[in-house]
Design a protein around this ligand. Structure first.
Ligand SMILES: NC(=O)CC[C@H](N)C(=O)O
Length: 315
């Protein structure tokens, strides 16, 4: 299909999905275990698509910043792989956990090696890797600058109130970090690794900015606007594989079944979705389903993928 016609169809599909989501009353529940996240209006809905040929299409509240939370783990994984390469996989596994994102049970059986980089324990190890040779402030700055670079937007910031709110109530994450430290899988003090972790989870971005930041994953590791390589094509594929199998925690199978593309969710209600070779997508609806993934965000991506015939399993 000619590019223009395809763009017009996508624009139309985004508008339809946003209109339909605005009507729905079954919006899920906003996360309240991080008190600051509980203040967000559950009626918000935004969606954005950035195509590999450079079109940026949005609908709804696509320019309002929200807490990206665990979506940041895609970017910290990318950075940490750049720093230490495949040695990373000695400290973090690559299997879906089949457990909630903040579960502690598997860690004992598996000697403090988290199942994958997207559950909290795995992301805390990744933060520890990014700390090597740095003060927490420098590691946090490096992550923020990397995301600003990917999105081509220096206005992206960390919401300090969200970071402080999570630190004040993050007993479970402290438990995970301390537990891993006891197995020797954290090289720095738990509070330092957690400082990095809480701050990258508190990065605030809009759907537009997030979809921009995901472009390299939809385009074989290269920024489609500049042609510059961010990661190798193989690494981009592997990050996509991790997103598909682990990006929605114990809801990853269902997301793959219903949407059919790699995705990464966050408890702020955002989802980053990647259609390899085609587009980077971001959606935001703060209400969550039982697995802690955006309820309407998942439904919206399912509808959009169906309308556009997008799936990594499509011929
Ligand atoms: N699923 C998420 O987005 C969880 C991230 C959140 N910062 C936490 O540690 O609980």
């Amino acid at each position: 299909m000619p590019e223009l016609e395809q763009a017009a169809r996508l624009d139309q599909a985004l508008a339809e999905v946003a209109a339909e989501m605005a009507e729905r009353t079954d919006r899920g529940d906003v996360a309240t275990y991080i008190p600051q996240l509980g203040k967000v209006d559950p009626r918000k809905f935004g969606i954005a698509a950035v195509t590999n040929d450079g079109r940026v299409l949005v609908a709804g509240d696509a320019d309002q910043a929200f807490s990206i939370q665990s979506i940041s783990k895609v970017f910290t994984l990318t950075l940490a792989l750049g720093n230490v390469g495949d040695a990373l996989w000695q400290r973090v596994g690559r299997e879906p956990s089949g457990n909630p994102f903040n579960s502690i049970v598997q860690l004992e059986h598996e000697n403090g090696i988290p199942r994958n980089p997207f559950i909290n324990a795995g992301a805390i190890v990744i933060s520890d890797i990014l700390l090597a040779g740095h003060q927490p402030r420098e590691a946090i700055g490096e992550i923020l600058r990397f995301i600003q670079f990917l999105a081509d937007d220096e206005t992206i910031i960390i919401d300090r109130e969200v970071a402080a709110s999570e630190r004040a109530t993050g007993y479970r994450n402290f438990a995970l970090a301390n537990y891993m430290k006891s197995f020797g899988n954290l090289h720095h003090a738990p509070e330092l690794a957690l400082g990095v972790y809480f701050h990258h989870c508190a990065i605030a971005m809009s759907c537009r900015q997030l979809a921009m930041a995901g472009r390299f994953l939809a385009n074989g590791g290269r920024n489609p606007a500049t042609g510059h390589s961010v990661v190798s094509a193989e690494r981009a594929r592997r990050i996509g594989a991790m997103m598909l199998t682990c990006g929605h925690y114990d809801g990853s199978g269902d997301f793959a079944f219903r949407v059919g593309i790699p995705g990464k969710s966050g408890v702020g209600g955002g989802i980053l979705g990647i259609v390899p070779g085609v587009a980077s997508l971001a959606v935001w609806s703060p209400g969550l389903n039982a697995n802690g993934n955006s309820k309407l965000g998942s439904i919206a991506l399912e509808k959009l993928a169906k309308m556009m015939n997008w799936s990594i399993f499509a011929p």
